[in-house]
Design a protein around this ligand. Structure first.
Ligand code: GLC
Ligand code: CA
Length: 559
């Protein structure tokens, strides 16, 4: 499979800059910290980084509220630091993709400041403004982060639309001037040598200009709570359907595909290397015809379970692989900055099982057909931490949930904190645990980290100890190279927890015995091996066969 693109062979690793490494000791992760950690990333065997937003931002949504698309947040460093980071990564053969937030800006972005200043400002139409109806909001749409999707601006007595927080006004993609300005920003980083983008929340870029009311009787928070308490997969599915109806006029409008084709054409102007686009969406439609929209879209449905059983994985793979248009390439992940930590989510609370399950999840990521995305800290088995004080929360989604639970649903504060900590996203965003040292070695002793560190850094959940302890994590690197081969023995521990141990999972485990030569040479070697194994697929239509057949053929091909 020599003709695979770089991004098809790569293991991607998401860096959440605020929490990865604190270079200047102020308690906040930054780009110099990332530069200092590049050897670690290389050691892990990572081929490409996805950097969550590093742009200037009031940080209301921790960077996903961008105030300048061509800058670097001073808390994270300067443009020179960014260039050092990009060079340092490239020198190590590691590519870098950035986060591109197209749906909205920060309300402090100069574009919005101008837009809101008067009804006839030239940038008025860069955002979505409407008059109220009957003395209230233009319609009954929600913001996905709670409350109405409309905010009245007293200066001009009109409402602006926001799918996320009111601090994140939606851009109007039907405005050609705005689009031109955004495409310039996109080119700015590509010209600097950035290797592509992860596209934030693309499904929400357009909304129905007729502003029809949705027809769902329940409130958003009622649906959210019902989903939270849902006991079965079927219940969850039904609620997800209702959620879709609730946001029907605000999501996945056909126009967005024209826009993605336009962006793809822009990105395709760059080569050596070719640049890549990865969509934060699970809609297969964003692959377009397989070549004209996004290169990859996340297989999020794989994550939507409490237990990663072989039956679940097989069903997911079958559905997903069959649905892809010809030439489209899958992309798998189990965790990111919005979701529970893999170890917490798929574990069962039993420390010995959870470690094994975490390793097996990683094994799964590295063997499934397609490109894997790992989230920083996953490789050392970091876990969620649920803060029991809203004063500590930094994710405003958690804060909103707490207030809504207490004020609207009359939940007792102690219970509301518990629910909000689970619902919010701080739990998976705590600082990277580098060592069994004060502040987990993320910041110097005495510094106050932006979110508290998870105390389990002192129980072996840290890079330094896993690196030095061959018994726990392999000779060379946490979860890398040698470690990847050591996943097999752990699988024995896990097997009884699998609901239907099958040929497919057996084959999955055997993959790690494929070739002793892979030992010590890191994840990419392992992945390349699997890529080579793909040659074995030539007589098998991977999109027509069951995963079981694919694995079986994969194993017999080694023969
Ligand atoms: C995406 C991001 C999330 C953010 C939201 C709004 O879902 O992953 O963190 O809050 O978009 O930008
Ligand atoms: Ca810092």
């Amino acid at each position: 499979m020599a003709d695979l693109m770089w991004w098809q062979k790569a293991v991607f690793y998401q860096i959440y800059p605020r929490s990865f490494a604190d270079g200047n000791g102020d308690g906040i992760g930054d780009i110099p910290g990332i530069v200092n950690s590049l050897d670690y990333v290389q050691d892990l065997g990572i081929d490409a980084l996805w950097l969550s937003p590093h742009y200037p931002s009031p940080q209301f949504d921790v960077g996903y509220d961008v105030a300048d698309y061509t800058g670097v947040d001073p808390e994270y460093g300067a443009l020179e630091d960014f260039k050092r980071f990009l060079d340092g990564a490239h020198q190590r053969g590691i590519r870098v993709i950035l986060d591109l937030v197209l749906n909205h800006t920060s309300d402090r972005h100069p574009w919005f400041v101008e837009s809101r200043s008067s009804r006839d400002n030239p940038k008025r139409d860069w955002y979505v403004w409407h008059a109220g109806k009957n003395g209230t909001h233009p319609n009954n749409w929600y913001s996905t982060f709670g409350g109405p999707a409309w905010e009245r601006d007293s200066r001009t007595a009109e409402y602006y639309y926001h799918y996320f927080f009111k601090e994140q006004p939606d851009l109007n993609w039907r405005n050609a001037g705005m689009k031109k300005a955004m495409w310039q920003a996109v080119r700015y980083w590509l010209d600097l040598g950035v290797d592509g983008y992860r596209l934030d929340a693309i499904g929400t870029i357009f909304e129905d200009p007729g502003l029809p009311d949705h027809s769902v009787p329940e409130t958003l928070i009622e649906l959210g709570l019902a989903a939270y308490h849902a006991g079965s997969e079927a219940e969850r599915k039904a609620l997800a359907e209702e959620y879709k109806v609730l946001f029907k006029y605000q999501h996945d409008l056909p126009e967005v595909h024209d826009l993605m084709r336009e962006l793809r054409a822009l990105v395709d102007e760059y080569d050596e290397p070719l640049r890549v686009l990865v969509g934060e969406t699970d809609e297969i439609a964003f692959y377009g015809n397989g070549h004209d929209e996004l290169h990859m879209n996340f297989n999020f449905p794989l994550m939507r379970t409490e237990r990663l059983s072989p039956a679940w994985i097989r069903a997911n793979q079958k559905e997903r692989l069959l649905a892809l248009p010809p030439g489209a390439w899958p992309c798998n992940t189990l965790g990111n900055h919005d979701s529970p930590r893999v170890r917490s989510r798929y574990g069962d609370g039993n420390a010995s099982h959870d470690g094994a399950l975490a390793r097996l999840s990683l094994a799964l990521m590295l063997t499934l057909w397609g490109t894997p995305f790992l989230y920083n800290g996953e490789e050392i088995g970091m876990t969620d931490i649920l803060f029991d004080d809203v004063g500590i929360f930094r994710d405003n989604l958690g804060v909103w949930f707490y207030n809504a639970a207490v004020n609207e649903l009359k939940v007792l504060p102690a219970e509301a904190v518990r629910l909000a900590a689970k619902f919010g996203r701080d739990k998976c965003r705590t600082p990277m645990q580098w060592a069994n040292a004060p502040n987990a070695g993320f910041s110097p002793e005495g510094a106050r980290t932006w979110l508290p560190v998870n105390p389990n850094y002192a129980q072996g959940v840290n890079v330094a100890e896993q690196r030095d302890d061959p018994g726990l994590c392999g000779r060379r690197t946490p979860m890398g190279g040698a470690q990847a081969r050591r996943l097999c023995p752990h699988a024995v521990v896990v097997r009884p927890r699998m609901d239907a141990y099958s040929k497919a999972s057996k084959a999955l485990f055997e993959v790690f015995d494929f070739d002793a030569a892979a030992e010590g040479s890191g994840i990419p070697a392992l992945l390349r091996r699997l890529g080579e194994l793909g040659i074995g697929f030539k007589d098998l239509d991977t999109r027509q066969s069951s995963l079981e057949e694919i694995f079986v053929s994969l194993v017999s091909e080694r023969g």
